[in-house]
Ligand binder design. Sequence first.
Ligand SMILES: [Zn+2]
Length: 378
Amino acid sequence: MWADLEPVGRDPRGGYRRFAWTSADATLREWFEAEAARRGLDLVVDRAGNQWAWWGSPSAAAPGVVAGSHLDSVPNGGAFDGPLGVVSAFAAIDLLRSREHVPSRPIGVVNFGDEEGARFGVACAGSRLLTGALPVDRALALTDADGVGLAEALRAAGRPEPAADPEALARVGTFVELHVEQGRALAEPVGVATEIWPHGRWRITLDGEANHAGTTPLDARRDPMLDLADLVTSARAAASSHGVLATVGKVEVDPNGVNAIPSQVRAWLDCRGADPDAVAAVLADLDRFAPRRESWTGTTVFDPALAARLSGLLGGAPLLPTGAGHDAGILAAAGVPAAMLFVRNPTGVSHSPAEFAERADCHAGVEALADVLAELTR
Ligand SMILES: [Zn+2]
């Protein structure tokens, strides 16, 4: 499976560019379909566009146990974030079948669409649409960097207009997402998540006055790039003083010319940490930049009993929180018992071509996921 995915959506500058509803995404979705067919699993695409492969026939009265993750990537993302969870879910089913496990409940594999939000700006768009956390009218108003709307992108991909799908959600009794760790907290191959830190995104618009770089005296300029510099350093200082994380990772500059003072700079701030009040304090410190909130997700606590049960089942696997958002968090917030397994990442690097996990650790992850699925479908 890994070899099949390896060439899909490679970016010549390094890593992957697998954005939602692009040709790379279509190839990944075809791959998912083929892996489902190869195993005789029933393929279902829900109204939000997420793909499900079912071993058995789930219903609201007899929901299944689902594993999986996402196949899309951030710009120049790594190979493991997302795909490791989908590949491991299929591999865990293979392992269960080789052990002649007969599940008492249906087992599913899911590929959530547009998890990274790299194209339309809303993370976990597929799972949020599914649960209704992302209203359809808001989703349909989203556009990508080229001005292509989500509705148009879906049409181009041969998909109908999206909708929430409570029936599809009701078929999920428990969700277990295996994911590469995006930090370096794990000393062992596999860990179990306890919670997702609260996190949000804010947009800041800095206005100036476009003018000639060679004829405008310094004291006659209104240069929003200086405000951007102030924003970046102030965000760093505020995050440091309040003990959370803040990142300005995306900017747009108009007109973006070497010899022109910008007329406007738009910047995006990502802020997150264990304590939501500390995140709020950072935003209060940056109030003079008039940050406009684009998204906010409070602390997501995974089912503590389920996490403890999985940790025990896996020989006392370590329990750890994460600062990264995941589809499992969206499902947990919608009331689905959800858990996450993390596979060790030796460098901790993620959202980068350097993201890595040792093969032996990935195999340990598959074994762990198979053990968990077996336990939950005994
Ligand atoms: Zn991910």
